[in-house]
Design a binder for this molecule. Structure first.
Ligand code: GDD
Length: 422
């Protein structure tokens, strides 16, 4: 058997809600729990026996991805390629455009993973379900689904399944009224037969184009997995639903990165405990990742849920909790960092406090997902959120920066609260 995986990463026009963190690094390469977001996808894929190739598909310039891809090949010793779309082709347009690359080597199945979700990916279980189905018709797709709250379900693809046969009965993408609390997680396994369905949707688009002659040429080539492939498959018995109860979340906003950081660290505790820091000097509380090249003073206290990037320096008496400190940053003596992201090459002065507000899912609502809240509320005020320092930000000693967003290359001179510093 031969299996492949495709990770959809979009391009520069996407990921705007992730600013300012996506200003200096493509969002899929932003570091969460010490590793680029899509490295977590790659790690899940390489666990699947018979998975022989990973294709990263997006419209970022190839030079933005080449270093990362080279490192991944070295590390995981598997074929990994970046294929660049000439324009945003939608969630299925790139799959169709590069169908020969995906089909080469004759894979039996291929996974498709949205690059902007994070999860304890149940890929092996999904593959088992897909290939061992018991119905008359062989499935074209098995999609991963999770339970959400009624209100939150509206921002996802909503699924109605046949509970007995586990088939997809009805699918609506981001409905305007309530359909179901079972949502599409953006993780699929397809049989290569899906390309026939894509071909007919594509051909119909070309016919429509010449009849109506609207849109630009790349819109003619764009295809959407959810509306154009999944929706027509609903009710045919050829789409299966794999429901997971494991952790899954979208990663659309910086606040979601803190949440994902915590969960990926927790997964390391179960599966890769050697990646987590231990010890009393510095004092480590709970799950903490420290890059081997970082320099943390023995009197610092870190954790729970902290990641410290490459070559970062954490000074004497510093206290960091629920935060991500990126590479080459310096956190000077006795500073405190809570619920924040410190961009790369930034410096926090001595006795300074950088603090944000957690935006975790409502713990009283079972199945609640992360709210990807907008930056501003209805009164035009900044919603309380984690504090984010872009790259190359300097914060002086003895100030407080609370619930604020600081754009890259700023040198602050005073305290700030609930502000965006442009
Ligand atoms: N290669 C490529 N080209 N990737 C794309 C493109 C494109 O033109 N457009 C989007 N993507 C990637 C994004 O980077 C992301 O990883 C994924 O496809 C889905 O992106 P969105 O179009 O922003 O959809 P969404 O996240 O709002 O909703 C999708 O995911 C939800 C789960 O997170 C849908 O599939 C929903 O049904 C689903 O619930």
């Amino acid at each position: 058997m031969l299996v492949k995986a495709v990770i959809l990463i979009g391009g520069q026009q996407k990921g705007t809600r992730f600013r300012p963190l996506s200003l200096d690094v493509p969002k899929p390469l932003f570091s969460v729990a010490g590793f680029p977001i899509i490295q977590h996808h790659i790690e899940a894929c390489v666990q699947v026996p018979d998975l022989k190739e990973i294709i990263i598909l997006g419209y970022y310039p190839a030079q933005d991805m080449s270093g990362f891809v080279g490192e991944m090949i070295q590390l995981y010793k598997i074929s990994i390629r970046y294929l660049q779309e000439f324009a945003p082709l939608g969630t299925a347009g790139g799959l169709y455009h590069f169908r020969d690359q995906i089909r080469c080597g004759n894979p039996d199945y291929f996974f498709v993973l949205n690059g902007d979700v994070c999860a304890d990916f149940p890929l092996i279980e999904m593959l088992d379900m897909h290939k061992n189905h018991r119905s008359e018709k062989s499935p074209v797709v098995t999609l991963m689904a999770a339970e959400a709250t009624r209100q939150q379900s509206l921002i996802y693809g909503c699924i109605v399944e046949n509970k007995e046969s586990k088939t997809l009965e009805h699918y609506v993408e981001k409905p305007s009224t309530f359909i179901s609390t079972l949502i599409n997680c953006g993780v699929y396994i397809f049989s290569t037969e899906v390309f026939q369905q894509m071909a007919s949707v594509f051909q119909q688009k070309q016919i429509d184009y010449f009849n109506v002659e609207s849109g630009t040429s790349f819109e003619r080539e764009a295809l959407y997995l959810e509306k154009e492939i999944l929706m027509p498959l609903a009710g045919t018995g050829r789409a299966l639903v794999y429901q997971t109860k494991k952790w899954w979340s979208q990663l659309k906003t910086p606040g979601a990165a803190i949440y994902a950081n915590r969960h990926y660290l927790q997964l390391f505790r179960q599966r890769r405990p050697e990646r987590l820091a231990k010890g009393d000097e510095p004092q480590i509380i709970g799950d903490v990742f420290i890059h081997p090249t970082a320099n943390v003073h023995p009197t610092a206290v870190l954790g729970p849920n902290v990641s410290v990037g490459a070559h970062a320096v954490i000074g004497p008496g510093a206290r960091i909790k629920e935060s991500i400190v990126l590479s080459y940053s310096r956190v000077l003596d006795h500073s405190l960092i809570l619920y924040s992201i410190v961009g790369s090459n930034s410096e926090i002065g001595c006795w300074t406090r950088v603090e944000g507000t957690p935006c975790d899912p409502n713990p009283d609502k079972p199945f609640a997902k992360m709210e990807n809240a907008p930056l501003f509320n209805d009164d035009g005020r900044l919603n309380p959120s984690i504090t984010i320092l872009g790259c190359n930000v300097t914060i002086p000693s003895e100030v407080i920066v609370r619930n604020s967003i600081v754009l890259p290359h700023k040198e602050l001179t005073r305290s700030y609260s609930n502000e965006i510093i442009l």
